[in-house]
Ligand binder design. Structure first.
Ligand SMILES: Nc1ncnc2c1ncn2[C@@H]1O[C@H](COP(=O)(O)OP(=O)(O)OP(=O)(O)O)[C@@H](O)[C@H]1O
Ligand SMILES: Cc1ncc(COP(=O)(O)O)c(N)n1
Length: 276
């Protein structure tokens, strides 16, 4: 039977990030995608719209319906926004019996939206990270979780150090993304014993809106299909690299990645190596 992946995240009105990115990615990687929407994000300096969180009741009802009617082989979380949403979602994940859990600790969007409240970080650390199969912070999120200044991670050695320290928070694997490093786009994966680096050429573009969401959704899709973590991350890195190469500059600012690019052009310039 076709495998199923669930995303619990925010709706991004521009369509490149959040739930929209996740569902497009699930479809491209041939898993049945379902979604529980935690909030609607329609923030733009010109329209001055905002963030519209959904009630805990509405979020719980969506997750319950999907888990009981459709079932789930792997799930991911993205924007969760508040402490009470995190606590409710963490409880449902704990009860779900789903064994592949990807936690993307989304905090700030590339257009500047604040997607996690300051007082929610403790609930994320206490209730969600210990349940993670893999957590996928970017450099800024890793620093924030470690109580470091936001620009604390500057080089690859800092990513390695952060991955080791974040592993003590309880996630089985930690993937620290070097999207904002100078030089090649290197991400570090750590499982408590072995360290791996995933390397892609850096693409000279500002159009990476939703790159983190898309990457973690691709990892989730591959885990749903039963791939081991190291391989799921490699396929996902190829998926997002192709998406960035072929990104579409629709916006007055960072445009969305192209979720169809991996299928159409299958970029293979990405490799993985173990760091000894
Ligand atoms: N310019 C780039 N060229 C190549 N790869 C990139 C580039 N920017 C980001 N990446 C890669 O894209 C993936 C997502 O990384 P990124 O750091 O953008 O995550 P993120 O900041 O969490 O994204 P988001 O802001 O969408 O949540 C990582 O594998 C990263 O290495
Ligand atoms: C609902 C939602 N979730 C996540 C992101 C992060 O994506 P990015 O940092 O690429 O804008 C976003 N912008 N909106």
């Amino acid at each position: 039977m076709k495998k199923r992946a669930l995303t619990i995240a925010g709706s991004a009105a521009r369509g490149g990030a959040g739930i929209q990115a996740d569902i497009k990615t699930f479809q491209e990687l041939d898993v049945y995608g379902v979604a529980a929407i935690t909030a609607f994000v329609a923030k733009h300096p010109e329209t001055n719209q905002g963030i519209f969180p959904q009630s805990v009741e509405a979020i719980e009802a969506q997750i319950h319906t999907m888990l009981t009617d459709i079932g789930c082989d792997a799930l991911k979380t993205g924007m969760l926004f508040t402490e009470e949403i995190i606590e409710a979602v963490a409880w449902q994940i704990d009860q779900s019996g789903v064994s592949s859990i990807v936690i993307d600790p989304v905090m700030i969007g590339k257009m500047g939206s604040k997607l996690l409240k300051d007082d929610a970080i403790q609930a994320l650390k206490a209730n969600l990270l210990p349940q993670a199969t893999i957590m996928t912070p970017n450099m800024y999120e890793a620093a924030y979780l470690l109580n470091e200044p936001l620009d604390a991670l500057q080089e690859e050695v800092d990513l390695i150090d952060a991955a080791r320290r974040l592993h003590t928070y309880g996630s089985q694997y930690v993937l620290v993304k070097g999207g904002r490093l100078d030089g090649p786009a290197v991400d570090i994966l750590y499982d408590g014993q072995s360290l791996y680096r995933y390397v892609a050429p850096r693409i000279d573009t500002i159009h990476t809106n939703g790159a983190g969401c898309t990457y973690s959704a691709a990892i989730t899709a591959e885990l749903a299909k039963g791939k081991p973590i190291t391989e799921a991350v490699l396929i996902a890195k190829r998926f997002i690299t192709a998406g960035i190469v072929h990104a579409v500059p629709y916006l007055n600012g960072p445009g969305p990645t192209d979720h169809a690019a991996y299928r159409k052009f299958g970029e293979q310039t990405v490799y993985m190596e173990e760091i000894l």
